[in-house]
Design a protein around this ligand. Sequence first.
Ligand code: Q0Z
Length: 285
Amino acid sequence: MSETHVASGKVREIYALDDERLLLVASDRISTFDVVLPTEIPDKGRVLTGLSGFWFARTMQIVPNHLLALREDGRSTECKRLEMLPIECVVRGYITGSGWKDYLASGAVSGHRLREGLRESDRLPEPIFTPSTKAQTGHDENIARDAAAELVGRTCFAEVERVAIALYEFASEHAETRGIILADTKFEFGLDKDGVLVLADEAFTPDSSRFWPADEHEPGHGQPSFDKQFVRDYCETLGWDKTYPGPELPDDVVVGTRARYVEAFERLTGISFEDYIDNPGAVLR
Ligand code: Q0Z
């Protein structure tokens, strides 16, 4: 590729196409317990790119997004280059992860006081917006709504909160009818050159959201991840200390995990993954 490499994520790369456009490339790398494993999951990058494209096409009535085109490889997204907001925009419909930790410690998450007696993985009475900082290293930290409003401005904060909740309600209702709970999700927004708020990055992928199988939802403990549970279960059998380097995955774990990604894609989009490979544009219609 002649494009200039701009940034690396744990499992993705960004290249510059020109002054106005970026190329986001989703690899088949997988991370667990925050460590990227040496073994790839074939087609994982295509599944995530296809899911993002599907959701970008279906949420344009809620907010404009950065997507310009999906490339024929199914893993590369041409997108509009934006001025990114300095916060991660998290919406939670269920209490888990760092939200659960914050609730146990203080009874609140990002300034949302929640009723007493919630169990881990309980559904919340309504989705809550819990912005976090973009940590350069380590974990993003939930911040108070005031702190987030300070970072992006009051008016922008109010719009981001409204749009993020609307996006989550739209996608989580769709997903739940297809047997997948979107427990929470993380968005990134940017501003275009006219100052218009635009949804960027990835949308409702299993790397940016917690996907749970709805038929197994059982509050009182953490839930199995729809996509990564085989990998986590296998890693737990090893006595690995969850620091770099991670273990190689055996074939059956790779095959089972790939099948889970493909299943999530097909359940959520209603499109066969084969059709997507033949023609990535299928998710945009
Ligand atoms: C997204 C990220 C990745 C590493 C920057 N449309 C946009 N305009 C400007 N910047 C971005 C976007 Cl999407 C942007 N990230 C997150 C993605 C690898 C970091 F693929 N960083």
